[in-house]
Design a protein around this ligand. Structure first.
Ligand SMILES: NC(=O)c1ccc[n+]([C@@H]2O[C@H](COP(=O)([O-])OP(=O)(O)OC[C@H]3O[C@@H](n4cnc5c(N)ncnc54)[C@H](OP(=O)(O)O)[C@@H]3O)[C@@H](O)[C@H]2O)c1
Length: 249
């Protein structure tokens, strides 16, 4: 799929799923904004990608945006517009999780998860839409299977992803008039740093429950983002698409 001429802003692309999406988009000729909580993380990710894909890096712009405190979000978006002139694709992928019971989770911890997984997404999306409404575009939010089914000891995380699903469907209804499509990808279990909170026994059980009989790698996820970003999905909006090896159905 050719994304030539398209500019993609991908949050959480210094590692994990977002990093795999960035690599696939670059291989499909997009210009990519690598975004992490700190600028130095994004610069390091850019250097690693340049070296490993053997590319010049001219099509990569690293930015730092802490989703917990988005007071600089307008400056960050303006710097991207100054660099590449447009934003066609926004992937709201940065996120954190937790594995704690309600009784062990403080209000502050609940709020931190919501700030990063939800309110940061709202702030960034608002700033991007100010520009994207002139050109149309594709917004893709990373949700989670627990954003539909809930998860034991994951109330804060699951609730933040339920909120993402509600935001996705509502913005799909609101922004269609600008030819902006809004969809979400709902991964099951993916082998990234985020899975460090899961014990080996839990991982084994999850694999047993998965018809495809393994955990996903980040590259198993990247293709659906490419599809949703491209014109091949030009009549798809408001969809929450599960990519979980059949774990939930
Ligand atoms: N892994 C799974 O099994 C799984 C399952 C379902 C859904 N998901 C969702 O998939 C998305 C990506 O997860 P992942 O597994 O790839 O996680 P990961 O490997 O832990 O990577 C997390 C990414 O989010 C960024 N991030 C974390 N806190 C941030 C903050 N305060 N501000 C800005 N960026 C921040 C990190 O950037 P820095 O490195 O720069 O801090 C990193 O690039 C998340 O939304 C997650 O909820 C994952």
């Amino acid at each position: 799929m050719n994304l030539e001429g398209k500019v993609a802003l991908i949050t959480g692309s210094t590692r994990g799923i977002g990093n795999s999406i960035a690599r696939l988009f670059l291989s499909n000729k997009a210009k990519v904004v690598i975004c992490g909580s700190k600028l130095e993380n994004a610069i390091k990710a850019k250097e690693d990608i340049k070296r490993e894909l053997n590319i010049s890096g001219d099509d990569i712009y690293p930015v730092g945006l802490n989703m917990k405190d988005t007071s600089n979000v307008e400056d960050v978006v303006n710097s991207i517009i100054n660099k590449f002139g447009r934003i066609d694709i926004l992937i709201n992928n940065a996120g954190i999780t937790s594995n704690k019971s309600l009784l062990d989770t403080t209000d502050e911890e609940f709020m931190d998860i919501f700030k990063i997984n939800f309110f940061g997404v709202v702030s960034l999306t608002r700033e991007v839409v100010k520009h994207m409404k002139n050109t149309g575009g594709s917004i893709i939010n990373t949700s989670s299977m627990v954003g539909t089914y809930g998860g034991r000891n994951q109330a804060a995380y699951a609730a933040s992803k339920f909120a993402i699903n509600g935001l996705t469907k509502s913005l799909a209804k609101e922004l269609g008039i600008y030819n902006i499509r809004v969809n979400a990808v709902s991964p099951g279990v993916v082998e990234t740093d985020m899975m460090d909170i899961v014990t080996p026994e839990m991982k084994e059980n999850l694999v047993k429950m998965t018809p495809l009989n393994r955990m996903a790698t980040p590259s198993d996820l990247a293709g659906i983002y490419l599809y949703l970003a491209s014109d091949l999905s030009k009549f798809t909006t408001g969809a929450i698409i599960g990519v979980d090896g059949g774990l939930v159905m």
